[in-house]
Design a protein around this ligand. Structure first.
Ligand code: BEZ
Length: 211
């Protein structure tokens, strides 16, 4: 099944490194990140899961629950987690799905047969508290994802959800943001007391509202 932005992320039950979970119960009202890896005991995945564990407080600050997936067994996950903790100087405590039967990988279209018939690609979804899919990225097996960029997208999505602003190219925390087109300039001036800079009628900046 192919999943697109705005679709409701389908629920599932799965075996994970912290026990059996129901995806929706695990997420609760939080934001979620579901991300797939080609296999256990592979070098790039080891660094990605280590980086995710090291960013634990950043995900918590943003109310994001993280859930990883690999198509190997729970036994393999458990030995690999020890290696990740040792080599990446961290402690992986988020769940990793043991998707041996490819049930979740198939549901989320994580296997791209022309890349590999059996291994999952590096896909990552950000899911909102409404369970709608907000971001989908897919990387090849040989390229590790940039988790600072993932956090930056979470920040952008949360600004849009909470303040009706968008973020410009290469935006970084603390920089000016863009008033969404749905808000009239008259309303924007009332809504953003820090000021609205009108460059064009459709391009209006305001200081980051939550700073
Ligand atoms: C990996 O670590 O998963 C990987 C590295 C290089 C090529 C393919 C996969």
């Amino acid at each position: 099944m192919s999943i697109r932005l705005g679709d409701i992320a389908p629920n599932f039950q799965a075996k994970t490194s912290i026990g059996e979970i129901d995806f929706y119960e695990y997420l609760g009202n939080s934001w979620g990140i579901l991300f797939s890896h080609p296999a256990d005991y592979t070098p790039v995945c080891t660094t990605e899961l280590g980086k995710t564990a090291l960013l634990k407080s950043e995900f918590e600050k943003r109310n994001v629950k993280v859930l990883a997936l690999s198509v190997d067994t729970l036994e393999k996950h458990s030995g690999w987690i020890n290696d990740i903790n040792e080599t990446q100087k961290t402690s992986v405590d988020f769940p990793i799905i043991a998707d041996e039967d490819r049930k979740v990988s198939t549901l989320y279209d994580f296997i791209h047969p022309n890349a590999s018939a059996t291994a999952t690609v590096r896909s990552l979804l950000i899911i909102g508290p409404d369970k709608a899919v907000k971001l989908i990225i897919t990387y090849p097996a040989s390229t590790g994802r940039n988790f600072d960029e993932v956090l930056r997208v979470v920040d952008s999505l949360q600004l849009t959800a909470n303040y009706s602003v968008a973020t410009p190219a290469n935006w970084k925390e603390g920089e000016d943001v863009i008033v969404v087109p749905a808000i009239s300039t008259e309303d924007a001036i009332k809504k953003f007391p820090k000021g609205v800079k009108i460059v064009k009628p459709y391009l209006r900046y305001t200081p980051q509202p939550n700073k």
